[in-house]
Each structure stands twice: as structure tokens, then as C-alpha cells.
Design a protein around this ligand. Structure first.
Ligand SMILES: NC(=O)c1ccc[n+]([C@@H]2O[C@H](COP(=O)([O-])OP(=O)(O)OC[C@H]3O[C@@H](n4cnc5c(N)ncnc54)[C@H](O)[C@@H]3O)[C@@H](O)[C@H]2O)c1
Length: 354
């Protein structure tokens, strides 16, 4: 039987692991490349569990910045699709890893595009609503070019993604690679790290512990939150299409940070109170996607209402998330350990124990 072969960079991360899970459950064969810098070995263990066979999932531990051309096993399978998600993504991560973030967006993306070119694969790269910066138009459609501070602390992420988009379009024009760009807006759900600096996991953790819930400034700034299953479905729809994008993927339902915090406190049945903290530099005031293009071209729109998504997220954090709050396991679980550590860039040839 012919299987769809998909390479997912960043598959050990939050969005990437949900994508891989969706792919594996539809019978695709999945290869993950990840350096585990912000992803988790627990996510890989979960994927090994859901994979229908030992052949259908393999993990290659590698930093995409270092190059992928000579990576053992990379060309053993011919990839039909590549979903490129590898990048530090949460503000705490990219502020902690500024140079790595820029290099991952630039050199890393080039290496992944080269694999797509070699394999004749359809490649979808995960860009971000941060390319719009602190937007002057609202909601943001793909035609808006953005309002980004190129030298502020957040610029390492915003400009890395803008460069990655530009490089992707150059590969399409110069080399005829079948590329697609999705601009993901804030996504939330199970498997987020409690300590990654993003609003939903921070609020949920604080509320479940009955600790003060800390909102930046007066909390009047808005966000649009998309449940991760919806985001994953949008990325997969983009991968199946030949659309070049960029394509906004997000939930246009807007909520203020204050309202979100209060909803979470209520859903958690918590006694937490709201406390204001200083707003970060260049924190966007308004953020809402215009998703008309994705609706028209992909037939995609989010299906999970916010309250339902928050319930599922809170349930997951209550059951597991807080217990694994320190988030970054020091070592791989046994099934993934041993001969395949990053240092020698060797391959977990995916004979993962189930
Ligand atoms: N989660 C969101 O709300 C959101 C919003 C917009 C865009 N995105 C984009 O989606 C993608 C995934 O985000 P996420 O929230 O799942 O983040 P994440 O940090 O959970 O996942 C990113 C993964 O990439 C891996 N990685 C980072 N640098 C790497 C490198 N140089 N080589 C190999 N692997 C590397 C990490 O170890 C991690 O597993 C990112 O590209 C991000 O920019 C996410």
C-alpha cells in the first residue's frame, strides 16, 4: 500500500506533535526532525504510541541550522510533503535564543527548502501573525505588509519569519518548488508548556493553583485564539492544496486578555484574582485574522468554540500539564533514547518501541 510520506520539522513541539498525530491516524508515514530545543521527548513518546506500526514513524534528532544534506537516512524515503515548523515560537524561547531563532528561520529554512527541492515535495512553512507586527489595520488580511520594529527584542522572531517567507517565495520563483506559506495566529491547547510565557498556559496554571492571574497592563489588548486541532486541520488542508499563500490560519473571534483571564478563572472554578504586570516591549495591541482567503481557497475555518477549547486545555493541564510543568525533560524516554542522541546527528531509525 502506498503511504503518504511526510517530513515534519519541529514535530516534537506543541503544534508539530498535534500535526504528526493527525497524520499518523490517517495512515501517513511521518519523519520528525527536531533538536528538542523547545520541544519535548514526551510528545515523541506519544507519537510512537499512536503510530500504527514501527515503520510509520521515525525521529531524527538534528538541528536544521547545521544542514540536512548529509543526514543519515534523510533520503531513504521520498517525501511527498514537508511541513516546516521548527523554530522557537514562544516569546520566552525566542528572547532566550535570539541568534538561534534568526538562524533557524534563515539557514534552517534554506536547508529544509533544499530537501523539498531534492524530493520534489510540496512544502508548507509555518509563518506567524507576528509578521504583521503591531498592526495598523484591523483585522489583518494577507495583503497587509505589516508594522514591525526591525531592531526591537521581538524582531529576532518577526524578522526571521519574514525572511523565511521571502526565501520560500524565492525558491518557488527561482527553483519551481511547490511551496505554501501559512501565517498561524495564536494557537492553544493541550501540550503547551506551562512556562513558555504564553497567556493560556500561564493563566490556566495560575488559576488551577489559585495563584494570582497576571495580566499584562490593563489587559485591554486583544488576542484571537485558535484551538490546536483547528490549526492542524488548516495546515493539512494547505498541504493538500497547491496554494502558495500566504494564508492566515486563526480564529477570528477576538477576546481581550482580561476577559480571557476571567473566563479561565471561572472554568477552573478558581479563587484566583487578577493582578496587573508590566506589558512587554512591542506587545501588539490588537490581533485578529481575516480568514476569508482560507475559507474560500481551502474550505477551512475553525470549528472549536473558545470555551470548549479552553475546557479541553484545562482538563489536560489538570491531568498532566502541571505535573510536567518543568516541561523540558532532561532526557529522552527509554523508547527514544540510546543510539540516537543529537550529538552525533545520527538517526532514530524509528524502530520505536510501542
Ligand atoms: N503556537 C502558536 O501559537 C504559533 C503561532 C504562530 C506561529 N507558530 C509557528 O508554529 C511553529 C510551531 O510552534 P509551537 O508553538 O509548536 O512551538 P514549539 O516550541 O512547541 O515547537 C517548535 C519545535 O521546533 C524545534 N526546533 C526549534 N529550533 C530547531 C532547530 N534549529 N532545529 C530543529 N528543531 C528545532 C523545537 O525543539 C520544538 O520541538 C513555529 O514555527 C512557530 O513559529 C506557532
Amino acid at each position: 500500500m502506498d503511504h503518504l510520506h511526510v517530513l515534519v520539522t519541529g514535530g516534537a513541539g506543541f503544534v508539530g506533535s498535534h500535526l504528526c498525530e493527525a497524520l499518523l491516524t490517517t495512515g501517513a508515514h511521518v519523519t520528525v526532525i527536531d533538536d528538542l530545543s523547545t520541544g519535548s521527548a514526551a510528545n515523541l513518546a506519544l507519537l510512537a504510541d499512536v503510530a500504527p506500526s514501527t515503520e510509520s514513524f521515525r525521529f531524527i534528532e538534528a538541528d536544521i541550522v547545521e544542514g540536512l544534506g548529509d543526514l543519515p537516512g534523510i533520503d531513504r524515503w521520498r517525501f511527498d510533503q514537508i511541513l516546516h515548523l521548527a523554530s522557537p515560537a514562544s516569546p520566552l524561547d525566542y528572547l532566550r535564543l535570539p541568534i538561534e531563532t534568526l538562524r533557524t528561520g534563515a539557514e534552517g529554512t534554506r536547508h529544509v527548502l533544499d530537501v523539498a527541492r531534492r524530493h520534489g515535495a510540496r512544502i508548507v512553512i509555518a509563518s506567524t501573525s507576528e509578521v504583521y507586527g503591531d498592526p495598523e489595520v484591523h483585522p489583518q488580511s494577507e495583503e497587509y505588509w505589516g508594522h514591525v520594529n526591525p531592531i526591537g527584542p521581538r524582531s529576532v522572531y518577526d524578522e526571521a519569519k519574514r525572511y523565511a517567507e521571502s526565501l520560500t517565495m524565492a525558491y518557488r520563483r527561482a527553483h519551481g518548488v511547490n511551496t505554501g506559506i501559512v501565517r498561524l495566529f495564536n494557537t492553544y491547547g493541550p501540550r503547551m508548556r506551562t512556562d513558555d510565557g504564553r497567556a493560556v498556559p500561564a493563566f490556566v496554571t495560575q488559576a488551577l493553583r489559585d495563584e494570582p492571574v497576571t495580566i499584562a497592563g490593563d489587559g485591554g489588548q486583544t488576542r484571537s485564539l485558535c484551538y490546536v486541532d483547528d490549526t492542524a486541520a488548516g495546515i493539512l488542508a494547505m498541504a493538500r492544496s497547491d496554494e502558495p499563500g500566504p494564508m492566515n490560519l486563526g480564529n477570528p473571534q477576538e477576546v481581550s486578555i482580561r476577559e480571557l483571564a476571567l473566563e479561565i478563572i471561572q472554568l477552573c472554578g478558581s479563587r484566583s484574582e487578577l493582578v496587573q504586570v508590566e506589558r512587554p516591549v512591542d506587545d501588539p495591541q490588537l490581533r485578529r485574522p481575516d480568514i476569508a482567503k482560507a475559507q474560500a481557497r481551502l474550505g477551512w475555518e475553525p470549528a472549536i468554540p473558545r470555551i470548549e477549547g479552553l475546557r479541553r486545555t484545562i482538563d489536560w493541564f489538570a491531568a498532566t500539564g502541571i505535573a510536567s510543568a518543568s516541561a523540558q525533560p532532561e532526557s529522552l524516554p527509554e523508547a527514544l533514547d540510546a543510539p540516537h542522541r543529537a550529538g552525533d546527528r545520527s538517526v532514530t531509525d524509528s524502530r520505536l518501541t510501542h
